[in-house]
Design a protein around this ligand. Structure first.
Ligand SMILES: [Zn+2]
Length: 114
């Protein structure tokens, strides 16, 4: 078996070419007990945390107020909520990218060096 990009010899069990890093096979996701426990715990906790934050967020009450000063607090709270949501999405995106990169590196360390 030869890498289609750099034409170096590779073994069939390789997920990535050890020479140029080209993806050969799709690496399976980890199914260890620890990974499973983490995925399940996160799936249970995440909606609950989101629910608590939404129900306890006072911004809406302030925003609906007729008093201009109180309404202003609600508007600022909304703006901060939107900014923080954008920042969170950006952080999750960059975190996901680094997770993908580190998993590629660990796959090559685990399987490429055989
Ligand atoms: Zn290659």
């Amino acid at each position: 078996m030869i890498c289609s990009v750099c034409h170096q010899p590779i073994l069939p069990q390789y997920y990535f070419c050890p020479n140029c890093g080209t993806k050969i096979n799709s690496a399976p996701l980890s199914t260890s007990v620890r990974t499973q426990a983490w995925v399940y715990a996160f799936s249970i906790a995440l909606p609950m945390i989101a629910f608590l934050f939404v129900t306890r967020w006072p911004g809406m009450k302030y925003y609906k107020s007729l008093d201009p000063k109180t309404k202003r607090i609600g508007q600022i709270a909304w703006a901060l909520l939107i900014i923080s949501t954008i920042v969170t999405i950006w952080l999750v995106y960059t975190w996901t990218q680094s997770m993908i990169q580190s998993s590629i590196n660990s796959i090559n360390t685990d399987f490429g060096g055989l």
